[in-house]
Design a protein around this ligand. Sequence first.
Ligand SMILES: Cc1cc2nc3c(=O)[nH]c(=O)nc-3n(C[C@H](O)[C@H](O)[C@H](O)COP(=O)(O)OP(=O)(O)OC[C@H]3O[C@@H](n4cnc5c(N)ncnc54)[C@H](O)[C@@H]3O)c2cc1C
Length: 502
Amino acid sequence: MESEGKTDRQLNKDYSVVLCKNFSWVFPAVSVSTGERMKKRTPSVIVIGAGMAGISAARTLQDASFQVVVLESRDRIGGRVHTDYSFGFPVDLGASWLHGVCKENPLAAIIGRLGLPLYRTSGDNSVLYDHDLESYALFDKAGNQVPQELVTKVGENFEHILEEICKVRDEQVEDMSIAQAFSIVFKRSPELRLEGLAHNVLQWYLCRMEGWFAADAETISAKCWDQEELLPGGHGLMVRGYRPVINTLSKGLDIRLNHRVTKIARRYKGVKVTTEKGDTFVADAAVIALPLGVLKSGMVEFEPKLPEWKQEAINDLGVGIENKIILNFDNVFWPNVEFLGVVAETSYGCSYFLNLHKATSHPVLVYMPAGQLARDIEKMSDESAANFAFSQLQKILPDASSPIHYLVSRWGSDINSLGSYSYDIVNKPHDLYERLRVPLDNLFFAGEATSSSFPGSVHGAYSTGLLAAEDCRMRVLERYGELEHEIEEEAPASVPLLISRM
Ligand SMILES: Cc1cc2nc3c(=O)[nH]c(=O)nc-3n(C[C@H](O)[C@H](O)[C@H](O)COP(=O)(O)OP(=O)(O)OC[C@H]3O[C@@H](n4cnc5c(N)ncnc54)[C@H](O)[C@@H]3O)c2cc1C
């Protein structure tokens, strides 16, 4: 391995010297012969990105006796897991649900061990609904509540349309968007097309589907939309936020905040990583746990360039946008349901609010725009965005009192994420996620977009971190000889997941 023009031998000789002047980190040398040194020295890894995937990879490798340093561009860890405490209680601006509340969920053991309560919003394992139907209250733009029987009936109609979409796509070789598939189904079965208020409710269902993928129906692949694997157990909200999970996993790791990586150079036996400020880090291998949006942007240079098949996977996977506008009120003045929604003529005009009061007892509503609407809202100032969300609420409840505080996320324009999570776009194969995960020599890829089973999820990101760490451990061992310690397996937690529902 070389660094700053030095060979391994030179590096070991003047180890104390190379720690100065921009050369921030290197594996420690030991005073034994070269042959023995290659066997006994501690393998080193640079993990890029301190989101769930990076932290899980770093944790695993450090526990396996690797020397690990994590480089993170932000001034905080967690990435798209971001619990804010400025209201005096935890609120998640990024992920907030555990999808698949069951012991098979790789995060269950940690959540259970920490005794973190979950509030189950749906017992159903649906890809589309993380809420049970009875927990919705929908309103039209004049503030009239939509009768619950109509909500249920249109929900059944929507399911029927989705079944027909599956038939249509199986007949066609070419892929199409969900929006196109809807049109074909309506032509074939005009009775599924609805009118008036029922049509608006149907648009609201479509709006929820778009929220799941953080993208508009015009871009979502009809062939791949349901390829995600579902874990059993339904969907549970992290009542105290996701942050404790990240904190626990990151304990004792060497994480360098404010270290934005700009270049990753792959060498015969090692990796050299350069940051925006010009610091250089050298190690045996690197785990790249950057968001797909960042890889797409080209802000990180690879030397040599990524092979075409890898670059294609980056280009051809979609990154959607979903945001959260969190409104904190003095008191609760809204109906005691988990979800409030406004129905409209188009899915773009529909909106929905998560009622956090149900799960946390705090007077908070979370407005969640996705796709084009989220993109448009990101162009507004925080104040205008909060006013926009409040104006949607006033359509339902004209006498609503103004929020006392608000928080606005901007995942689509943040250069540390450039999007909320990945999804399958039209005409691209689902195996792109796997392609993105395939290692290149001593570069290992992790992150939600490298998980074909659970893309766009925290547990998906966590699993890819574990996979990348294991690949890395095996590959580095092959090249550099035996490790000093074996990985210790952790006993599975016997603590049950705590669920409540009010
Ligand atoms: C609004 C929203 C709601 C969501 N809701 C849920 C949910 O309820 N349940 C669920 O399971 N999932 C949800 N998700 C998805 C989930 O948050 C992500 O899938 C997961 O957190 C991604 O983890 P990651 O480690 O792959 O990426 P990230 O968390 O994005 O981590 C990547 C890290 O890399 C850092 N980075 C970026 N550029 C650089 C650079 N150049 N150099 C160094 N570091 C860099 C970033 O700052 C970040 O810390 C949601 C996401 C969003 C945005």
